[in-house]
Design a protein around this ligand. Sequence first.
Ligand code: ADP
Length: 479
Amino acid sequence: MSQALNTNAFIAGSWRRGAGGVFPVYDPASGAEIAQVADCTPDDVSAAVDAASEAFNTWRLKGPKERAAILLKIRDGLNNNKETIATILTKENGKPKGEAMGEVGFAASFFEWFAEEGRRQYGETVPSPAASKRMITVRQPVGVAALITPWNFPIGMIGRKVAAALAAGCTCVVKPAEDTPLTALAFAKVCEEAGVPAGVVNVVPCSRSRVQAVGAALCDSPKVQALSFTGSTIVGKWLYQRCGSTIKKLSLELGGDAPFIVFSSANIGKAVEGAMAAKFRNTGQTCVAANRIFVHESVHDEFVKQFAEAIDKELKSGHGLENGVNHGPIINQRQFERLVKMTDESIAAGAKVVRGGKPGGGLFYPPTLLTGVSGDMPVAKEEIFGPVAPILKFREEDEVVRIANTSDMGLAGYFYTNDIAQAWRVAEALEVGMVGVNEPMVSTCEIPFGGVKHSGLGKEGSLHGLDDYTNIKYICFGV
Ligand code: ADP
């Protein structure tokens, strides 16, 4: 793959200009413009959907083994071009290069996983209640899938969705985030070079000003049978409603508000290590980030002391392409202002600043540690999506679990304990889709990723990851 940036949309196997002209993409660390990218309109989306619909007729009929061979080529293409793609990703997203390299590998892992899972889409033979009938079920691909992805994992989320869709026998139209379209277009190049047939994968970037019209075109199209979205809860709810008229199969991975609880029996060193990873990875801009950190009063002071020391020692802020940097900028001005406002308001309401608390230059915000946080402060009520760690003190297990569950969200939850009975109780009681017990990094292709409550619908990855892209058909034979 050449290092030249692909800036055109990828529709029906060809690289095209967008009907809406172009829009700029910026490096959030320096503010410099990186490229002008095709700005797709609903007409471009319609062309992409037509291409995907046409390609579905043949892609669906390929055997799973043949599809798997192509998926494995995409895996190899991602791995062989890791350096190039990670550099593009770091430039437009700001995340440190090491994390970007890991993310490309993460995307590749889904192509391997679903190449294998696609060959195991078993049906069932159903014991018939009538001697004159035989009954079976088969799994079939739903059709064209619209995949709308966020900027915080510009290739991880695309990989997770496209791999499942393709393995199931679906074709797709990917609408990447406006902040990070270049990584998505680099992915399209990998697909082209892997021999993915024209129309099977289409990528239609668009500017923020067109996103609602483009989103509506995908939701309203009768040729699109499934929509998978990762992003904010507010947009997810809008898409959910908008897809009502065409009864699409929906998969929504929305916001999180993860509780991170440190009980009195916890290994404090491990809990601090976990909090560093769960809070500061990707500069806090992940939906599974620790959002509210509850610490038992008996270990509170020690935890805060060690957490502050770890922040001083381990985090280095700067451009993600510089060596040793592991703390990047906030993605854009809108998110930056939201973060500043919520932190300032919490400090004004009485939160104590242990580290950070003041914006750096440009879009940089320092790792921030706040103590004395109460449940009514913005940093404890909203999804932070930035490097601010609010500490809330608690006394009783029942009380902390109850407060953790007051959130409308329910994506991930973490806790640290060495009390085995407590581990079972709390893991079962937390109203979330994924729990890390003494472990902050829970995501991998083998597990069902997804939330409950307002955090969404459906599971991505794992043996359940094909469900959103397949229908079960029942066939009855009279004999
Ligand atoms: P954030 O606020 O973090 O940018 P969003 O939910 O707005 O999160 O963005 C996630 C993805 O959803 C991006 O690809 C974005 O372009 C897209 N998006 C935002 N609004 C809409 C919409 N009304 N319809 C379809 N997609 C949308």
